[in-house]
Design a protein around this ligand. Structure first.
Ligand code: WT7
Length: 647
């Protein structure tokens, strides 16, 4: 342990004032600020223009060309890092693999050759549906090598959700595995892919990595084993230089309508932002062992388990399985085994591990840890404190990082590398350099300290998504119309008297279950697609571990009667249509739902009933139906809830 590590966390870093002035300077000329960082990447051709800002569309490093896989791997095989581990992989059953940069480079090239043999050309899209194995990033990087935009679909999504995404981006190839492991059980990924591909005419080939050895049906001519193709692949494929604004990937995420949004990220801006934020926030060095626990199915995995750490030549731990398998000491065992120095995880994971008590982390050697991170949802002060005291043993700063799929990388967070700063449990602290964040009222006016309002971003930043795939109008409408000229992420926030940001949860109809983002409308649409359901209203209910859980109120058609069986059937229906992450925790059968005169469900009321909190003053509801009617509906809801609980 170095000397400085013995000091209290805040004394090891520069004072906030220095950071603030740096932050201010960065915003004065964002173009040269970001250009200086972009120069650290490998470019084939220099850009002509740093930023073309045609609000709300930004193009970064226009005219420049580069290749993402070259920046992630080729760069390192020319240096001493060629023999450094890129990934230390651990399977759920305990297998280990370590992949050096040289090996990663070789596999990426070979898989690019495989894709090339299918006749894929720059611009064709590929869908990836994989368990957390090294072949997952290999597939992504191979796509990037050829300029093939890819879309990763989290392996917990259903066949229907997968098909919807494949069809939206018209993927020609799907890369998957025979299965994956979760809590000792096999996830049958290939059979889910079969169901999805059967209704997706764009897909010509499916490549199957053998992970479990399970017997899976292979469709002649369409399905191919990864290892068979790799055996015939060439060992080098020249990286295809693409325009900086070339689509690197599409990642679907939930919004306030039923249809997922295809968040489209470009190449040069995204990589620049990923590169910068990795350094500022995680302060990662060559000797670090860095572990981002996210699945690559989410944006955290894309940016901070694949592109950013690889660009920096870091060694990452990748763990395939569940955090409590075979017992809840598994993560601490992994930290000890690999000597993890930087751990980046979610509040839900912290809270669920905290429940098992201190003895598990205390029975492992966690002295290697020097920095801890959190992402995905607000972290409550109690979980923050436990993370700091028990896991960090009081000597590790915690970086609470606020960002989104859309932002491409971290926006608001402490940045130990730059000298920030005094931490406050539960605050993501200050915006990173080049990020112009503010908290505004309904009219878009900056709010005074301690006043709750909406988070906005006032200037473009290189990591920002370029658009919603094939839907620029929805992009404009969802993110840029609420506060004209400002980016609206959909979060509530407050700034305190020190200027620190406190993120206060979603301000829209998006809920966060265990950090996973779901739209209430998405779940409602699925519920009403069931023949027994007439109407559905879904809300998030505060949950001590998962942050929020899903509660659904449904009214039934004449043909059906409330029962426990039906409630189970509806839960199964949601699992099947979206995936296990969307399963409602409770289904309440109501006689009627509170609605406005124009027939809109009163979400505020539904939310309040779901949370068991006060309903508030009904007489002030805009466009309200008669107060009596609403009261009746609320009583019906509360009754439904009570009946379900007592049965
Ligand atoms: C939403 C974005 C960012 C990668 C994983 C989630 C919430 C995220 C924090 C945080 C409070 C947070 C926001 C945001 N969120 N990080 N540190 N503190 N809230 O990405 O699925 O696109 O969700 O997650 O509500 O808008 P995502």
């Amino acid at each position: 342990m170095s000397n400085s590590a013995r000091l209290p966390v805040e004394m090891r870093y520069e004072p906030k004032e220095k950071y603030l002035s740096f932050q201010r300077d960065s915003l004065e000329d964002i173009e040269s600020f970001w250009a200086n960082i972009a120069r650290q990447l490998v470019w084939h051709k220099n850009w002509d223009k740093v930023l073309k800002w045609d609000p709300p569309f930004a193009q970064w490093f226009v005219g420049g060309t580069l290749n993402a896989s070259e920046n992630a791997v080729d760069k390192h095989v020319k240096s001493w890092r060629k023999n450094k581990a890129a990934y230390l992989w651990e399977g759920e059953a305990g297998e280990h693999r370590s992949i050096t940069y040289r090996e990663l480079y070789r596999e990426v090239n070979r898989f690019a050759s495989v894709l090339q043999h299918f006749g894929l050309r720059k611009g064709d899209t590929v869908a990836i549906y994989m368990p957390l194995v090294p072949e997952f990033p290999i597939a992504m990087l191979a796509c990037a090598r050829l300029g093939l935009p890819f879309t990763v679909v989290f392996s917990g999504f259903s066949a229907k959700a997968l098909a919807e995404r494949i069809q939206d981006c018209e993927a020609k190839i799907v890369v998957t595995a025979d299965g994956g492991y979760r809590r000792g059980k096999i996830l049958r990924l290939k059979s889910i892919v079969d169901d999805a591909v059967n209704e997706s005419p764009s897909v010509k080939h499916v490549v199957v990595f053998r992970r479990t050895g399970d017997n899976v049906p292979m469709s002649e001519g369409r399905d191919h084993w990864w290892h068979d193709l790799m055996a015939k692949a060439e060992s080098y494929v020249a990286p295809v230089p693409v325009e900086s604004t070339h689509l690197l990937y599409i990642l679907y995420t939930s919004g306030t309508t039923g249809k997922p949004k295809g968040v489209a990220h470009g190449t040069g801006g995204y990589l620049t932002f990923a590169y910068a934020t990795q350094e500022w926030v995680f302060d990662a060095k060559d000797e670090d062992v860095y572990w981002c626990t996210a699945d690559i199915g989410w944006v955290t995995g894309h940016t901070y388990l694949v592109f950013a750490p690889l660009m920096h030549g870091l060694t990452s731990v990748m763990y395939e399985g569940a955090l409590d398998y075979p017992d809840p000491g598994r993560w601490w065992e992994i930290v000890e085994r690999y000597g993890v120095t930087i751990l980046y995880t979610s509040p839900t994971a912290i809270r669920s591990l905290m429940r098992y008590g201190d003895h598990l982390p205390r029975s492992h050697d966690l002295n290697s840890l020097r920095l801890l991170g959190s992402v995905g949802e607000p972290i409550n002060p109690a979980a923050w404190q436990w993370y700091s005291d028990v896991i960090g043993q009081g000597r590790c700063p915690i970086v609470d990082t606020w960002w989104q799929t859309e932002t491409g990388g971290i926006m608001i967070s402490p940045s130990p590398h730059l000298g920030l700063v005094l931490l406050k449990a539960g605050s993501a602290t200050l915006p990173l350099p080049g990020v112009d964040a503010d908290v505004v009222d309904e009219k878009g006016q900056t709010l005074a300290p301690e006043e709750k309002g909406f988070l906005v971003v006032k200037k473009p930043w290189p990591g920002m998504f370029m658009t919603l795939y094939k839907d620029p109008e929805r992009y404009r409408q969802v993110y840029w119309t609420r506060f004209p000229g400002l980016y609206y992420p959909g979060d509530y926030a407050m700034r305190d008297t020190d200027g620190y940001f406190w993120l206060l949860g979603r301000a829209d109809e998006v809920i966060k279950v265990a950090g996973h983002r779901l739209g209430t409308k998405e779940v409602e649409d699925v519920l009403v697609s069931h023949p027994s359901v007439a109407e559905a209203a879904v809300a998030g209910r505060p949950d001590p571990v998962k942050g929020e859980s899903i509660v659904a109120f449904v009214t039934l058609r004449n043909v059906a009667n409330p029962s426990n069986d039906l409630s189970e059937e509806l839960k199964q229906h949601v699992r099947l249509m979206i995936g296990p992450i969307a399963t409602p925790e409770a289904i309440y059968f109501a006689k009627l739902l509170p609605k406005t005169r124009s027939g809109k469900i009163m979400r505020r009321v539904i939310k309040a009933v779901a949370a068991g909190g006060p309903i508030g003053d009904l007489s002030t509801l805009e466009d309200g139906a008669s107060v009596d009617e609403i009261r009746q509906a609320i009583e019906a809801l509360q009754m439904a809830e009570k009946t379900a609980k007592s049965s």
